[in-house]
Design a protein around this ligand. Structure first.
Ligand code: AMP
Ligand code: ZN
Length: 136
């Protein structure tokens, strides 16, 4: 398997791992957006969130919570952006699901998740709600 993150899981590529358990691993992003930018991944290869078995989605987010706490303490980071580029159109470059944890500091010049894109929707909220909620 040529997946870069699977290679990190198997120890075939070096990484600055900050946490590891049976199902997940967290390591520093090689091109950090801010100091402490960390990626949390499932060890199981899944390209997108929808591909992950639900019980592993829970495990993954537990690790995100744990590592986020460590980063907050260790780097005295007052805030974090936590997110997933889920799919190529959303900017996903590495096709192995990963959660970004990006420490944020006052005055660092960065935006919020709202700065990804601003395209007012054409259809009314009610219609969008019906489309999504009906599938639950
Ligand atoms: P994304 O655009 O969400 O797919 O982001 C992929 C992230 O993986 C980028 O922030 C890269 O800097 C990071 N990355 C790619 N290869 C490695 C690697 N070998 N070790 C650590 N981080 C990596
Ligand atoms: Zn993989």
């Amino acid at each position: 398997m040529s997946c870069v993150f699977c290679k990190i899981v198997r120890g075939e590529l070096p990484a600055h791992k900050v946490y590891e358990d049976a199902e997940t691993v967290a390591f520093l992003d090689i091109h950090p957006m801010t100091e402490g930018h960390t990626l949390v991944i499932p060890k199981l290869h899944a390209e997108r969130l929808a591909d992950l078995p639900p019980e592993l989605a829970g495990k993954l987010f537990q690790t995100v919570q744990r590592v986020a706490g460590r980063i907050t303490q260790a780097l005295e980071a007052p805030a974090l952006n936590i997110g997933v580029n889920d799919g190529r159109a959303a900017g996903q470059a590495v096709p192995h699901l990963h959660v970004h944890i990006i420490p944020r500091f006052p005055g660092d010049g960065g935006g919020s998740i709202h700065s990804i894109l601003y395209k007012p929707q054409k259809r009314p909220l009610e219609e969008i709600h019906r489309l999504i909620a009906d599938t639950l």
